[in-house]
Write a new protein. Structure first.
Length: 278
């Protein structure tokens, strides 16, 4: 990979995280507060938002590093195309490097894509590695998360009735790929609930599997359908390991199989990854 490729992928990460125009996100939040009556409008604040709201801007910047919303409020999800943060995006990059350098066969799969940022990065990665003939499976309901139906998920309702911000339709995600000029035949959209779609996924080998389903149900459905398709030496990334329901699903899956729980490599406060034994 050339220095130009490295610069491209770095700029792609910054763009997906909306770090380049972060001040405009803060302006929108400020104007929303003004409309709501919690702040008084001041043109000086609007035009010099970084300086006038320096502490808030610093919090937003830190949040883009570790994937946390401003004020821990999902309404402040802003306009980035990924919510995973720079640390997990960098780790995704490193994991892609690992499977490519080591020649691990198979496709890339993400279960739970939100606005598509992680998969868009995978597409950008393949663009600068044209010799890699792999597909990217973009799997999501594109209608938010299911309402809790498993006992383990009771009390964790992330459905679009409660969190409409998590429901992003497939055409929006497709358009996000087009914005970056990264739509191609290698990108395969898989629309529907995981329990219905993932068992039918048209791939025999997976080199990298990224799970971002939050719930016990979603995580278990993903593992049951896809884990045994992960190639030896392949990598599994779990985005929501800090969520008890997600972590329990991983532990229960391996216990049911009578397999040892893999050693998790921590990325940040919630992201982990591991390699499947060769």
């Amino acid at each position: 990979m050339t220095a130009r490729d490295d610069l491209y992928l770095d700029l792609l990460k910054r763009s997906l995280l909306n770090c380049v125009y972060l001040d405009n996100e803060l302006r929108i939040i400020y104007l929303r507060n003004c409309i709501g009556g919690s702040e008084l409008f001041d043109s000086r604040v609007l035009h010099d938002i970084r300086r006038e709201r320096a502490e808030t801007y610093a919090e937003m910047t830190a949040g883009r590093a570790d994937g946390r919303f401003l004020g821990r409020d999902i309404r402040n999800a802003g306009y980035s195309h990924t919510m995973i943060g720079r640390a997990r995006l960098d780790m995704l990059h490193k994991c892609l490097d690992k499977v490519v350098v080591d020649g691990v066969p198979g496709d890339f799969v993400e279960c739970g894509v939100w606005r598509g940022g992680s998969c868009i990065f995978m597409a950008g990665y393949l663009k600068v590695n044209p010799a890699e003939k792999r597909r990217i499976f973009v799997a999501d309901s594109f209608d938010g998360l299911p309402a809790p139906s498993f006992e383990q998920d009771i009390g964790l309702d992330l459905s679009k009735v409660v969190y409409p911000e998590l429901a992003v339709d497939d055409e929006t995600v497709r358009e996000n790929f087009r914005v970056y000029d990264l739509d191609s035949n290698a990108v395969v959209f898989v629309k529907g609930w995981f329990k219905d779609t993932l068992p039918q996924l048209q791939t025999c080998e997976i080199a990298l599997l990224r799970l971002d389903g939050d719930l016990y149900e979603s995580t278990m459905d993903s593992l049951e359908a896809l884990y045994e398709k992960v190639s030896p030496g392949g990598i599994v990334i779990i985005d929501d390991y800090a969520i008890e329901q997600c972590r329990l699903a991983v532990e229960d899956y391996f216990a049911r199989k009578s397999w040892d729980l893999p050693q998790m490599n921590k990325v940040d406060w919630t992201g982990v990854w591991f390699r499947k034994a060769a």
